[in-house]
Design a protein around this ligand. Sequence first.
Ligand code: ASP
Length: 465
Amino acid sequence: MTERTPIANLKEKLGQEVTLKGWVDIRRDHGKLIFIDLRDRSGKVQMVALPNHKEAHEAANMLRPEWVIEVTGKVNPRPEKMVNKDEANGMLEIEVLSVAVLNEAETPPIDLRGDGREIGEEVRLKYRYIDLRRPRLQKNMRARHEVALFIRNFLAKEGFLEIETPLLSKSTPEGARDFLVPSRLEKGKFYALPQSPQQYKQLLMVSGFEKYFQLARCMRDEDTRGDRQPEFTQLDMEMSFVEREDVMALNELLLIELVQTTMPEKKIQEMPFPRFSYKEAMEKYGSDKPDIRNDKNDPNLLAFCWVIDFPFFEKADKGGWTFTHNPFSAPKPEHMEWLMNKENVGEILTTQYDIALNGFEIGGGSIRNHKPEALKRVFEIMGHDPKDIEAKFGHMLEALASGAPPHGGIAWGLDRVMAILQNEPNIREVIAFAKDGTGKDLMMSAPSDVSPEQLAELGIRVVKE
Ligand code: ASP
C-alpha cells in the first residue's frame, strides 16, 4: 500500500508525488480541464485532471459527488493569480496522475456544500451519517473530543478516577419519568435506565474512592420541549470530605482552564465567576439561570455565574412538599436542625449550587446528606411512608449507615456546554446521532415494533388505544 498523505499535510509536499484518499466534494468541468475538490477528515484540496494524462482524465470524468477515491498526483504550487487565500490549501493544486474508485455513491439526499442550516432537520437526521461529513459537524465532533479529553486529563491530574456505573438499574428520582426495560427472567419486573448516576456515585464515596468522575449517559423520558434529548451526556463527579466551596472552586478552575486551553478565542466575562443567591437572581434577572453578558452580540463572550441558596422544598402539585433540585442534597448547615425537626420546611435552604452560562443552566450539584437520619427526613417531608422509603431507598440508608464520609458533587450538561462553546443554537448539532424533537431516531427508525416472540418472552402484551 502506498503511503497516504492527509490533505492537511499537503503544504509540506510541494513538488512531490502523493497518494490521497477521500470523498469527491465537487466536480467542475471547464472544457478539457476537470476540477475535483477532494475531501478527507483533515481538509479539502483542489485537484485538476488534464487531458494529457489520458486515463486519469477519463476516470476523473466519471466521478460524482461523494464517491470514495484514491488518487495519485503531483503537488503543484498554483500560479500567483490563482491563489485563494481563504482556503487552507489555496496556494496549491493536485495534478491528477491516476484515479482509482474505491466506492461509488448514490446522489446524496442532502447538500453537503454549505453549513446545512437551510436544510430540513428531519432529512439531516435521517441521513445523519452523510450529514456528519459536513465540515461544521466534523468540527463540532472534534471540539467535543478535545473538551472531553481535556476534562479527563484535568481530573485525572487532580486524582479523580473515571468509574463506569450501570445503565440497567433501579429508578432514581431526578424529577423526570424513567425509561423502563422489562426483565425477561423476572417477568413483570423492570429495570430503570438512570436519570443520572446520582446514587451510584454516592455509593462510590461510601466505598472510599473519594474522587469520582464519569462522562455519563443519562436517560429521562420527558415530553418534548425545545432541544431536550431523551438521552444526554453529563460530566458527573463526586468528592468526599468536601464542602460547597471546594466543589465550586474545582469546577470553576476546570471551566476556566478548559476554555483558555481548548478555545483561546473565547473571552470569559468575569473571574472569579459572580455568585447570586436564588433570591437575588430572581429579583435582579427574573431567572435562576441569568444571562449576565454585557454584550449579547459577541459570539465569543462567555458569562458564567453561580446561583446558590435555593429553597430545598416547594409545594407539590398534588399538595404536600417536593424537592426543588435533588432529594439527596443536604440542607445548609444552619438549617439542618429545621430539617431534622421537620419545621419551617418552606424556608430550609439547600446546599445546591447551579452554574449558568449565557442564560443556560449548564450544571448543578450539592453537598449530600451523608447521615441516614437526615436523608430519611427528606423523604418523610415529601410524604413517603416508612415502608415506601425502605422499598425505594433502603439500600441508600443502609449504605449511609455503613461509614459514609461527608461528600458532594456536581454534574454538567456536556451537550449544552458544547452547544454554547460551538455557537450552535441547539444540542442536536453537537451530538453525533441525535434524536429528533419528538425523541425519535429517524436514521434507525427507533422506537420500532418488535416481534410477537420478543414480547411473549418478556411476558408483555401491548394495548393500543
Ligand atoms: N444528579 C444531579 C443531576 O443530574 C447532579 C448532582 O447533584 O450531582 O442533576
